[in-house]
Design a protein around this ligand. Sequence first.
Ligand code: ADP
Ligand code: MG
Length: 357
Amino acid sequence: MQGSAVRLNGLRKSFGETAAVSGVDLEITDGEFFSMLGPSGSGKTTVLRLIAGFESPTSGTIELAGQDVTGLAPFERDVHTVFQDYALFPHMTVEQNVAYALKVRKVRKAERLKRARKALAEVRLEGFGKRRPAQLSGGQRQRVALARALVGRPRVLLLDEPLGALDLKLREQMQVELKALQREVGITFVFVTHDQEEALTMSDRIAVFNQGRIEQVGTPAEVYETPSTPFVAGFVGTSNLLTDQAAQRIVGQTGTYSVRPEKIHVLEGLEGLEGLEGSETTAPADASQYTTAAGTVAEVVYLGDATRFLVDLDAGGRLTALQQNLETSSADVAAYRGARVRLRWHQRHAVRVPDAL
Ligand code: ADP
Ligand code: MG
């Protein structure tokens, strides 16, 4: 059983009238890649700054590796923060930037250099040590910031939207690299992001923040497949809820149900339209376990690899269905606007969502 790296107990932080963090309890395990996901202003950065010691809580306590550090200064905590803007020293070389923290700690020069080079190798920047930050690309600067964080081997690395400044391609590449790096060095990562896809692809577990509180903590699959509040259902993935009358008529019970778009098949139209690519026109063997709902296609969005159908249901409400474009082209899908269709999904994919917290 692994120990606890970070533990937050009843954490609150107010700035004047603003409650940035309003009661957070959380335990992060040693060696975990843990993400804090939430919209802008939900309190993620404040929680990170509280863990780092840049802010002190209005109430509550913070433990690192079982020790209460609430009253300790940032340098007395075994954590390191990587900021979105990297905060590199422009007048120093890459190597000097990375070795700087060791110099402050009075590590001998030869040892400093050795460890800085090792850290640069870990982020795949061998041979870049003599350059200055201005001579690097955005992605390379990001890696220098990581090397600088890793060189002191902190127990916990805090990362505040570290990939936010990179373009999409580079960001996706860095997501894979960062995850591999974390596995390799075995340091606990606490990763802040507002990007649900990023959180889903990288994390061991995710905490979903809303208005200074955590609405759900779980693995990516738990958070995506069984959201525990309507907010989580909407923020992680596409909001696709059946409520009120529509739930009563289609599911047969009142309550709120979430059906993920890729779980919904769009079937041939009620008025003789041909079956869509990839949709089965015959009923599945265990038809009794499927739910169907009739509706009209309000909007068709061609995404290249897939098409998104927004369907207004006869029973009320609207659902989005995502279909892979196996052979269809953009010209084909446009013809479906206004078409009558049936949507079908397996009963187990309509997940009951508890009401808001
Ligand atoms: P996030 O990182 O999720 O975007 P923040 O933790 O930065 O959210 O902010 C949470 C809330 O606290 C916001 O309403 C923000 O305006 C407020 N806030 C954060 N820092 C301060 C501060 N230093 N002074 C006043 N209000 C702040
Ligand atoms: Mg922030």
